[in-house]
Ligand binder design. Structure first.
Ligand SMILES: C[S@@+](CC[C@H](N)C(=O)[O-])C[C@H]1O[C@@H](n2cnc3c(N)ncnc32)[C@H](O)[C@@H]1O
Length: 205
């Protein structure tokens, strides 16, 4: 399955040209992006719920890619394309302003202080993400690690492109209605209950 299906579904990122993802999903109403999909339950669940959208999904962990391929095949999903490598390369390979929604859910927390620079939410990455998001697009970040929640929120808020949508102080502790829990999330490996930050992408002015 890896040998046959993965090449057909791999996002054709090239070093010398940005990709317009609508080429991959000509009929899609929106293009979504998920980075670090783990076992793939969220991305395949969203793809099944929303056949009208196309999703680009990235994961570096080989077993996770294999699991998602199994879900694509079992459910007959036609609206997922996979980048089986670093999601930052995927973002860097996309056109400006082509993504309607992005999900970064329970990214590797790197809890030890000396490893925290490996966390994906870094100012450079947020610049890259802001470039590919459509104005008015939405980004969801979730974690169950307090120090990552604090750091990521500070970095998103420090960036002029991202506006936090929380209306009330408690909004971030409420599981969004459209969220799909994964097996990883259910293990509750962090030190807090999951928190969700939803941002709207502004013009950056
Ligand atoms: C803690 S797991 C969470 C997985 C999934 N989002 C979930 O909620 O179940 C984080 C995942 O991100 C993947 N990952 C880490 N860095 C990545 C990167 N730069 N690009 C793509 N995937 C990455 C890891 O391999 C791992 O599977």
């Amino acid at each position: 399955m890896m040998d046959e299906l993965l090449p057909k579904l791999t996002v054709p990122i090239k070093a010398d040209a940005w990709l317009d993802p609508t080429m991959l999903f000509p009929a899609a109403r929106e293009i979504w992006l998920e980075i670090g999909f783990g076992g793939g339950e969220h991305v395949s669940g969203q793809a099944a719920r929303h056949p009208e959208i196309g999703i680009l999904a990235s994961e570096v962990f080989f077993e996770g890619v294999a699991k998602l391929l199994g879900q694509v095949e079992d459910a007959g999903l036609t609206n997922i394309r996979i980048w089986p490598e670093d999601g930052r390369e995927l973002v860097d390979g996309l056109n400006d302003h082509c993504i309607d929604r992005a999900f970064i859910l329970f990214p590797d927390p790197w809890p030890k202080a000396r490893h925290q620079k490996r966390r994906i939410i870094q100012p450079d990455f947020l610049d890259a993400l802001a470039r590919v998001m459509k104005p008015g697009g939405r980004v969801r970040f979730a974690t169950d690690v307090r120090s990552y929640a604090d750091e990521a929120l500070e970095r998103f808020l420090a960036h002029s492109a991202f506006d936090w949508t929380a209306g009330r102080a408690d909004d971030w502790r409420r599981t969004p209605d459209d969220h799909i829990e994964t097996r990883y999330q259910m293990k509750r490996l962090g030190d807090i209950e999951p928190v969700y930050f939803d941002f709207i992408v502004g013009s950056g002015d």
